[in-house]
Design a protein around this ligand. Structure first.
Ligand code: BGP
Length: 469
């Protein structure tokens, strides 16, 4: 069957600053938060590899961007590394070499017919602001973030008209401070919820600034709000469990950014647990008055939950799973390499929910992709990775997205993660995501994978063939 997207819909790709650039030309005092995670936990990173080299995009972008074009990428979402871009975080003094680099990347994309889309933060909070002030928990750091944003808008607002404040602002509070998965491995809900609020405030304040500075542009934020699926939606206990998971994982950034308010259930539970963050009336006014123009949704897998089956251990620090259990659905389809469920229909459901509950705001799929280990085993005799699994993955996701658009979903783009193989947090180069291979055994040499040709066809015609939906 042939699927066609309407005019104005674009295929593109994503590449995170720190996961791609490497740290060439950075001073020792210009580290970012992921660098701290790596430095303090190196043994846990796959082969000890980390952001110091990453894909070395910083040195090779003039070679990489023409490959992106060959892979059909029409829009490219990347981000400025805050820790690189400024020399002095307190006074927003720009590092001119870094500023030139980002400017050149923008120009190079445009020369190759690719629209640059900029994000301000993909977790690259400067290490100094983490160590001195506890990052986004600090109102001072929130001020510094807005000053950083101002400098970036000033430099690139002439050429870049679509911006995003954060990529997945939930990830660091959740994985580093709430569930302890990543360094510093804390179970500190108070810190996590204060950080989340700090990022909510940065978003609203930056939206206000952007609308003053670049009135002909659009600004949004990129969320990984998981689509929550209860085991049995008709079972009141399962439905209630899903409601709490939704209030804690889907809604905090979504509701504040689009509806201009926190979800009531989230605030009620935090109050009850004695974990309410510092929320002033002025904060509520700023959030209410400064909502986003465009939403980026990163989607990998749904979050399945069920009613709690065992008693919560009150001696443990609070976690929202006090009110639900994860549901391991029998028979679910998995990406065995990444250990993530494959469930493309969520893209349809997400679009319909945005239509129903969020004023059908303009949105894009800002990340979706398949990480695969040992991809070199799929090379043909010419050395080209035959990633038919990635083609099927993309096609199936696009097919559901196309249905969503046909049913009135307001989605205008699909950006694959990723343009190029790059450095995942902890997994580093284990799972490969790119349309373009980075061959670590051959001095990081680049080669298009089979999926690049498929993607180019789909992007050029804004349509593709797929049978299995
Ligand atoms: C998202 C991040 C991406 C990317 C992706 C894939 O959470 O925004 O930067 O890393 O997940 O996950 P991973 O790299 O852990 O396999």
């Amino acid at each position: 069957m042939k699927y066609t997207f309407p005019e104005g819909f674009r295929l593109g790709a994503t590449g995170a600053g720190w996961q791609m650039e490497g740290e060439k030309d950075k001073r020792a005092d210009q580290k970012h938060f992921p660098h701290l995670m790596w430095e303090n936990d190196r043994d846990a990173w796959y082969l000890g590899l980390g952001p110091d080299v990453a894909s070395d995009f910083y040195s090779r972008y003039r070679q990489d961007i023409p490959l992106f074009r060959q892979a059909g990428i029409l829009q490219y979402r990347f981000n400025i590394d805050w820790s690189r871009f400024l020399d002095d975080y307190e006074n927003a003094v720009v590092n001119e070499r870094a500023a030139r680099y980002y400017s050149d990347v923008i120009d190079c994309l445009m020369e190759n017919g690719i629209e640059p889309i900029l994000c301000l933060e993909h977790w690259e909070l400067p290490a100094a602001l983490y160590e001195q002030y506890d990052g986004y928990a600090s109102r001072h750091v929130q001020d510094l973030y807005v000053r950083y944003a101002e400098a970036a808008f000033h430099r690139y607002g002439d050429r870049v008209k679509t911006w995003f404040c954060f990529n997945e602002p939930m990830v660091i509070p959740e994985l580093c401070f709430l569930n302890g998965a990543w360094w510093p491995h804390e179970h500190n809900p108070r810190r996590a919820y204060q950080w989340i609020h700090g990022k909510v405030m940065c978003t609203a304040r930056t939206v206000a600034l952007f609308h003053r500075m670049i009135p002909d542009g659009r600004i949004g934020t990129i969320l990984n709000s998981p689509y929550i699926v209860p085991r049995d939606a008709n079972d009141p206990a399962d439905a209630r469990a899903a409601e709490v998971a939704d209030a804690f994982f889907w809604r905090p950034f979504m509701d504040t950014a689009i509806l201009g308010r926190y979800p009531r259930l989230y605030l009620d539970i935090l109050q009850k647990e004695g974990l309410m963050f510092d929320l002033t009336e002025e904060d509520e006014r700023v959030i209410a008055e400064n909502t986003i123009d465009i939403l980026g949704m990163n989607y990998y897998q749904p979050m399945r939950v069920k009613a709690k089956e065992s008693a919560w251990d009150e001696s443990r620090p609070f976690h929202p799973s006090k009110y639900y259990d994860d549901y391991d659905m029998p028979g679910k389809r998995m990406n065995p390499y990444r250990g993530w469920e494959i469930y493309p229909k969520s893209l349809y459901d997400i679009g319909m929910r945005i239509k129903r509950e969020y004023g059908n705001i303009d949105w894009v799929v800002s990340e979706s992709g398949m990480g695969v280990q040992r991809e070199e085993q799929y090379k043909d005799e010419r050395g080209v990775i035959q990633d038919d699994y990635r083609i099927a993955f993309i096609a199936e996701h696009l097919a559901w997205l196309s249905r969503c658009v046909a049913d009135g979903g307001n989605c205008h783009g699909y950006w694959l993660f990723a343009s190029l193989d790059n450095c995942s947090p902890y997994n580093t180069f284990k799972n490969r995501y790119g349309l373009v291979e980075v061959d670590r055994a051959q001095g990081l040499s680049r080669r298009l994978k089979k999926s690049a040709a498929w993607y180019r066809q789909a992007a050029e015609h804004n349509s593709f063939e797929f049978e299995e939906i």
